[in-house]
Design a protein around this ligand. Sequence first.
Ligand code: MN
Length: 315
Amino acid sequence: MGNVVLNLEMNKIMEMRNFYGKNLLDKNIPGSVFAAKTSACMITAYKSGKVLFQGNDSEKEAGRWGSASASSKKPSSSHSKSVAKGDLPTGIGQMSAIGSDEVGTGDFFGPITVVATYVKKENIPLLKELGVRDSKDLNDEKIIAIAKVIKDIIPFSLMTLKNEKYNQVQQSGMSQGKMKAILHNQAILNVLDKISPEKPEAILIDQFVQGSTYFQHLKSQKAIAKENVYFSTKAEGIHLAVAAASILARYAFIQYIDKLSEAAGFKIPKGAGAQVDVAAAKLIMSKGRDILPSFVKLHFANSDKAMALVNKKRN
Ligand code: MN
């Protein structure tokens, strides 16, 4: 997939909007002035002046408006602090890197989703432009909008551990830490495979256990990604690949919760607070207890709390 980015003046962008009049899309992309689609090119113009061309005709379309070589060589902004935390290589934030993160481990309802992405250093400014940052600062609406755009720009792999499988492996004695290690490793291997023969300069995992424990968990795995693997807490703030992974993992989680809501017939809440006990009790009352393993992480204390609610109502 070809990508070209131009930096243009706003009057030029307005001119473009007229030019692509018939091809304009009714799409609400955060920070954008317009989006348009020709037969072989998707064009998105941003308030900052960046214009993104994607698709087979990206070079041809971009060529009408300017030259990428002249515009792409903007030195990285003041934002590019090279955080060197712990054992991380200096400047890792500006390297071409794979990042991985997970969502759903603390939610009673829904799966664990793990995503690894590959972000090349030259794509870092573009991702910033698209609004990629710490997903904890973004609401679901923003997450969805950003995810829909970046999923076509960067290579990634999504691993979803559905509730039924989760409960099976949990009951067989596997810790959540080990499940996560296996999912992260698999997602990373998938991305390495996708980008081969290219190799990332670094692989950054949003840390959930010590590195030694992580590799201990992976001992029985056939293949293990080891080379240039680094761990850091709050890694979303260190490399955009982790922030992008986190956004895509949350997007997948939200979509899954939507599916569960549809199956339940009412809106399934996130988290592990009192509201999920009430929702689970409602689910049990309407569909029976046997439905629970395909909706929730059974070993959470919420299961007993939900049953207590059900019994109270029945008495
Ligand atoms: Mn994380």
